[in-house]
Design a protein around this ligand. Structure first.
Ligand code: DQA
Length: 150
């Protein structure tokens, strides 16, 4: 089983960017933690990060041709603006979990909209970097046909 973890704009700046919101761990820490979590689940994992909307669409489409089984997607600010990412997730039909490091429900009004959510099997927010590992566990259970625990 193979998952792809996609991070959108400014998530390469983790550790530097607004640490009071996103914490002090870096993007490399995120990769390490998620790789370890996926390893424990017996799942292969790849990572992609871009600050560009079209590159994120390309990565989602490529996941289809690479026969990726599950996508973990933190679209960053494109969460709140991008119909293109919504359409890409719909187009590939790969089970996708939306992840946010911060709890967007507790933040500004403009963060209350998520376009991509409508195409996702689950949304995890406010769990810090652990949210990515939770997303992987959810997808693994879902794809195994087990009860993926809410
Ligand atoms: C984010 C929340 C978004 O609103 C924000 O634009 C981000 C990060 C999160 O992980 O909490 O870039 O997706």
């Amino acid at each position: 089983m193979k998952f792809l973890i996609i991070n959108g704009p400014n998530l390469n700046m983790l550790g530097i960017r607004e640490p009071e919101i996103y914490g002090r761990e870096t993007y490399d820490d995120l990769r390490r933690m998620a790789a370890e979590g996926c390893g424990k689940l017996g799942v292969e994992v790849d990572f992609f990060q871009s600050n560009h909307e079209g590159a994120l669409v390309d990565a989602i489409q490529q996941a289809y041709f690479d026969r990726v089984d599950g996508i973990i997607l933190n679209p960053g600010a494109y969460t709140h603006t991008s119909v293109a990412l919504l359409d890409a997730v719909k187009a590939v039909g790969i089970p996708t979990v939306e992840v946010h490091i911060s709890d967007v429900r507790q933040r500004e009004d403009f963060r209350q909209v998520s376009y991509v959510r409508a195409a996702c099997v689950k949304t995890i927010m406010g769990r810090g970097l652990a949210g990515y590992v939770e997303a992987a566990a959810y997808l693994k259970a879902l794809l195994d046909g087990a009860d993926p625990q809410q």
